[in-house]
Design a binder for this molecule. Structure first.
Ligand code: KIV
Ligand code: ZN
Length: 513
């Protein structure tokens, strides 16, 4: 008999906490939809007390997404728990995840509480959460640096208080597989009521061991893994969903006692969507979803794969939804065919959204002969997901540049019904465009990072620019796409500026502060 491993996705909470990763509500909903298609068991949709936007996102996801449990994070305080309870109350199955730090260093220096005070807060938090939902998860934050007898004491007390899941976070990515797994074993052996709750693991990747630690933990009794798409998250990130799920599936000979219910064919799509919306480019050699994960350069490898794929490939690319990019539509394709293909790709648009996406498609089809699935995905994401946070839109761009001329940009940006126009010179065409955008919007931003890549194939492929910009102490990521890379660069910068303008002043109530 094999045991199900519950997949708890925290892309929208811990993942979104990564600097520069912030998503708007429309984007969060889109991520939640793909998580549903992946068939994750739990979606941690956000931290409702953090800001009105976070609250709204958790609430909307709870209202729309059926199937996975929808979870809201809350510190072990009354205000946080009540807010989380209000946000998840519409869910088919709602969950509150409450936490308080238990390691000596966190208790002494951050919380300034004694262990007994921490234990009391934990128990009260769980009891209060239980008045809102049946599923209550408790995390002793920084578990991997917590003294084992105290960890066992608090785990026993919260289970007694009604916690249905106890999560053992390796908050700072300090764990080493055998050592971390032995903590789980210790709890199994020393907490009398441990079988009344599911043991969960939540591993950060500071030593690059998040996946290894999670896998080691299930062998000692953990039955829930917390993870994120592309492994995004605080600092070095979290356990990567695609890696841990594919490890369990691919090495089923070894992990024969475990399975997940993830529809792995949705992995590639989820990875691309999260990368596109957050602006976090996936490194080419990233396991499972990196561009090179199935690329074979050495002749001997290529020959092997052509003769028998399994000689050098342990995963069938189709299992993660990686197929040949289909040449689908062209400029003569009609709206019906366009809609059909989008539906096959998993998008269901409202009539207005469909119309706006179709108009973009026609513009692109005039500029680009071959339209691939990747192009359609970009059209959809650009035309109705991103547009929800646009304050300024790019109306017109003209660049003059060359090796003997001073690079100059003229731009028109539209805000509500007004069109603003200005021009500026710069060190190059991109710099000139950025200076013009700053003149028009009045926002002075530092360009911290800039990258350009092509999204689909061919010389007329769409170029995607990702920028990281800083304004005061705020850092955001902006993305822009176009067949023209200067235009894509301007769009990316403007996207970042729009995010800055729209960012609600989030109360900085991130964990523990
Ligand atoms: O890393 C961590 O400890 C967390 C908790 C809130 C579970 O994210
Ligand atoms: Zn975390």
């Amino acid at each position: 008999m094999s045991d199900k491993i519950i997949i708890f996705d925290t892309t929208l909470r811990d993942g979104e906490q990564a600097p520069g990763a912030s998503l708007n509500i429309r984007e969060k909903l889109e991520v939640a939809r793909i998580l549903k298609r992946l068939n994750v068991d739990v979606i941690e949709a956000g931290f409702p007390i953090a800001s009105p936007g976070d609250f709204e996102a958790v609430k909307e996801i709870a209202q729309e997404i059926q199937g996975p449990a929808i979870c809201g994070l809350a510190r072990a305080t009354e205000g946080d728990i009540v807010r989380a309870g209000e946000a998840v109350k519409y869910a088919q199955a709602g969950r509150i995840h409450t936490f308080i730090a238990t390691s000596p260093i966190h208790m002494e220096f951050k919380l300034k509480k004694t262990p007994q005070e921490v234990l009391k807060s934990a128990v009260e938090a769980v009891k209060l959460a239980k008045t809102f939902v049946n599923q209550v998860e408790f995390s002793p934050e920084d578990s991997s640096r917590t003294e084992l007898p105290f960890l066992a004491e608090i785990v026993e007390a919260v289970i007694e208080a009604g916690a249905t899941t106890v999560n053992i976070p390796d908050t700072v990515g300090y764990g080493i597989p055998q050592d971390y797994a032995n903590q789980i074993k210790y709890l199994k052996e020393n907490v009398p009521n441990i079988n009344k709750a599911v043991i969960s693991v939540h591993c950060h990747n500071d030593l690059g061991l998040a996946v290894a630690n999670s896998l080691a933990a299930i062998e000692k009794g953990a039955r829930q893994i917390e993870c994120t798409i592309n492994g995004i998250g605080e600092r070095a990130g979290n356990c990567s969903l695609e890696e841990v799920v594919m490890a369990i599936k691919t090495r089923n000979d070894y992990f024969k006692n475990f399975y997940t219910e993830i529809d792995t064919t949705q992995i590639m799509k989820a990875s691309k969507l999260v990368s596109h919306l957050t602006g976090f480019v996936v490194q080419p050699n990233k396991a499972i979803v990196g561009d090179n994960a199935f690329a074979h350069e050495a002749g001997i490898h290529q020959h092997g794969v052509l003769t028998k794929r399994q000689t050098y490939e342990i995963i069938d690319p189709k299992d993660i939804g990686l197929g040949e990019s289909k040449l689908v539509l062209g400029k003569h394709s009609g709206k019906h065919a366009f809609k059909d293909r989008l539906e096959q790709l998993g998008y269901s648009l409202s009539p207005d959204e469909l119309q706006s996406a179709f108009e973009r498609f026609k513009v692109l089809a005039d500029r680009k002969k071959n339209i691939f699935d990747e192009d359609l995905e970009i059209i959809v994401e650009e035309s109705f997901i991103k547009s929800s946070h646009e304050t300024y839109t790019l109306e017109y761009i003209n660049i003059s540049s060359g090796n003997k001329s001073i690079p100059t940009a003229t731009l028109q940006l539209k805000k509500e019904e007004h069109v603003y126009q200005d021009a500026a010179c710069g060190d190059g065409p991109v710099d000139a465009a950025y200076k013009t955008i700053m003149r028009i919007t009045g926002v002075t931003a530092n360009l911290l990072d800039y990258s350009l890549r092509s999204i689909s194939k061919g010389q007329d492929a769409i170029g995607e620019v990702v920028v990281k910009i800083g304004v005061d102490d705020k850092i955001v990521t902006g993305k822009g796409v176009s067949t023209d890379i200067i235009e894509a660069s301007a769009r990316a910068f403007l996207d970042g500026i729009n995010k800055i303008l729209k960012t609600e002043k989030k109360q900085q109530v991130k964990k523990g502060i």
